[in-house]
Design a binder for this molecule. Structure first.
Ligand SMILES: [Zn+2]
Length: 302
């Protein structure tokens, strides 16, 4: 039976409910040389201010939040657990890497097999999916090796692989390497595809079988742009390849060290879904985007 692996244990995909597929609770995006080993703020200082906001998100009917922070970009498991306990949200977290400049030496030195084993161990130890990162003008020479390793790990575990990439050309090349490593395109998410201005290229990626993810809703571009892209996918009978989210960070340490609290995780249900309805999207289409697609994407072979 397939399961979805949350930080509190495995669930049936049927129990995910409305899911925010790409958000961050706590993340530190500074380069490794600038990032201390530990967060300066203690757990309570980090978590307490976000709880009320996330309870309000839960009250909007959101049941599951996917925390997309890679292992090496300040993942904070005690904070994720505290949020789950205090808000009732089901939280799925990643195991994974990021773009070249963020990689520790041991990842750069790892073979494809070693990296695939590390991804697989992360899934066995409680991560619900694999995260990758690729530069916008990439992939760099090293990135396809990580994508191949993720493909191998995905074949072994069934795990979804979400790749920060944004543009179609590097996404297609990274997907090639993922497939070369043994991955199934249906287990690959092209993250941040709103950065790709060529709308036809979105359809091409969906036709290859990959997930196309629009995940800065409420930030940029305007809702109408997202709605146009989703309509084009629906008209091409490809809405079952689409994922939507906000990429909001409840607590983020920015590159310059400033802390920002982006309490805009209520936009998707509060504003965007009503806009989708007003644009003619029916309940089955909206449920597919918010419930069925995330459940299918996150389902692991147990
Ligand atoms: Zn993100």
């Amino acid at each position: 039976m397939p399961v979805v692996r949350t930080i509190a244990g495995d669930l049936s995909p049927d129990d995910l409910g409305v899911t925010l597929i790409h958000e961050h609770l706590v993340v530190d995006v500074r380069l490794p040389a600038d990032r201390p080993a530990e967060y300066a703020d203690d757990l309570e200082t980090i978590v307490a201010p976000m709880v009320e906001h996330l309870r309000a998100v839960r009250a909007q009917s959101v049941r599951t939040l996917v925390e997309c922070t890679p292992t090496i970009v300040g993942q904070h498991l005690p904070a994720y657990r505290a949020v789950a306990e205090r808000t009732g949200l089901q939280i799925v977290r990643a195991v994974g890497t990021y773009r070249d400049d963020w990689l520790p030496e041991w990842i750069k030195a790892s073979s494809v097999e070693e990296l695939a084993n590390w991804f697989g161990a992360g899934i066995a130890e409680g991560a619900g999916f694999i995260k990758l990162g690729c530069d916008p003008d990439g992939p760099t020479p090293a990135a396809p090796r990580r994508a191949a390793a993720a493909g191998l790990a995905s074949r072994r575990t069934g795990a979804l692989v979400a790749c920060h990439v944004g543009h179609a050309a590097p996404a297609n090349r990274t997907l090639d390497a993922f497939v070369g490593g043994g991955g199934d395109p249906a287990r690959f998410v092209v993250v941040h595809l709103q950065n790709e201005p060529d709308a036809a290229a979105h359809l091409t990626l969906a036709r290859r079988g990959a997930w196309v993810e629009y995940d800065a809703i409420g930030n940029r571009p305007a809702d109408a742009v997202y709605i146009g892209w989703l309509r084009a996918l629906a008209d091409a009978d490809l809405l079952d390849r689409a994922l939507i989210s906000q990429d909001a960070s409840a607590y983020i340490i920015l590159g310059d060290g400033r802390v920002e609290r982006q309490h805009r995780l209520d936009y998707l249900l509060g504003r965007f879904v009503p806009a989708l309805r007003a644009a003619g999207f029916g309940r089955p289409e909206i449920d597919r985007l918010l419930i069925a697609n995330p459940a299918r994407a996150l389902a692991l072979a147990a």
